[in-house]
Write a protein that binds this ligand. Structure first.
Ligand code: BDR
Ligand code: CA
Length: 319
């Protein structure tokens, strides 16, 4: 089977960086481009980090387009330094990238790529949805031409990770999420309900580091601050592989179980602003707009992630 052609819209970000590693370690995936957005850190940092990770993996030929620096209506989210480290990828210290982003803004780049090959390219948004919402609004043919979106975000029954009700990517730009969820684009959602079942532990990272390789060290350095945060605030010894789990829809879909639901995003401005609400009881009588992952064999996914990192190390990635 031909590899699946994807563009990742991202805000690296520790787990974003791990998702990029996993994409490049997976022969089932053809990573066509990255577009960047504000989120875990500012967009200058997320762009720098995206370029630096690609160079680290000898994949600097993959284009990167820098996107929105601000959400549509709400103020920019406070810095995620405590979770993702000051530069955005924990304690890693990748050299400044030599390659520059493409000249086009991410919104125009996405429109141009998708319209050039309608229904061919899947977009994997793993940060706030600002770029995708603006592409939908700027070019009315965009929604029809995108093959699908596989989004990391939201929480249907698991509570929030940035407010008691909301997940970070949705809360960082709730109006953008609202536009996207009502766009008619086929959406697969990977919410906290499943990502919190995919915990990479410090033992896993130690095990991976039995190989003396740059990739293994990168995973250790990237996750160190992230794991401290989880230990302090969430009480466990590890970190959730939120963004990498979107790629399981390609490389190991059998690990996930899905349900189709009508899902809306709260933009009413109250305490549950940015929360995602699924109509489980079908009271609204509205047709499902989202295919949502609600079950995962989490440990198997983490093992698969580690295997792919070992394989990438053996290939000399990052050396
Ligand atoms: C999401 O928020 C970000 O901090 C992570 O990179 C992930 O995309 C998890 O809620
Ligand atoms: Ca992210």
């Amino acid at each position: 089977m031909n590899p699946k052609r994807i563009i990742i819209d991202t805000d690296p970000g520790v787990d974003d960086a791990l998702a990029l590693l996993l994409a490049l370690a997976s022969p089932e995936i053809q990573l066509e481009a990255l577009t960047t957005v504000h989120g875990n850190t500012n967009v200058e940092n997320t762009t720098r980090n995206a370029l630096a990770v690609l160079e680290f993996l000898h994949a600097a030929d993959i284009p990167v387009a820098q996107g929105c620096s601000l959400p549509l209506l709400v103020p920019l989210h406070k810095s995620g330094d405590a979770v993702h480290g000051t530069g955005g990828i924990g304690n890693t210290n990748l050299p400044d990238p030599k390659v520059k982003p493409v000249d086009e803004h991410a919104v125009d780049y996405l429109i141009q790529r998708v319209l050039a090959e309608p229904k061919e390219i899947s977009i994997f948004p793993i940060g706030p949805l600002t770029n995708i919402a603006l592409a939908i609004r700027k070019e009315p043919r965009f929604a029809e031409a995108v093959k699908e979106l596989v989004i990391m975000g939201g929480s249907l029954r698991a509570g929030g990770n940035i407010t008691p009700a909301a997940e970070f990517n949705m809360h960082a730009d709730p109006h953008a999420a609202h536009i996207v969820f009502h766009s008619g684009i086929p959406i697969t959602l990977i919410p906290l309900d499943v990502t919190y079942k995919c915990l990479l532990t410090s033992e896993d990272v130690e095990r991976l580091n039995r190989i003396d390789a740059p990739i293994a060290r990168f995973v250790r350095d990237a996750t160190a601050v992230y794991m401290e945060f989880y230990k302090k605030y969430e009480g466990f010894n590890g970190c959730a592989l939120h963004d990498p789990l979107t790629l399981a829809t390609i490389i190991a879909p059998e690990l996930l179980t899905f349900e189709n639901h009508y899902v809306d995003v709260d933009i009413s401005g109250g305490v549950s602003m940015g929360s995602t609400l699924a109509d489980f009881m079908k009271v609204s009588k509205k047709p499902a707009n989202v295919k949502v992952a609600l079950g995962v064999r989490g440990r198997e996914f983490v093992e698969l992630f580690i295997e792919r990192m070992e394989a990438l190390s053996a290939l000399g990635g990052g050396a």
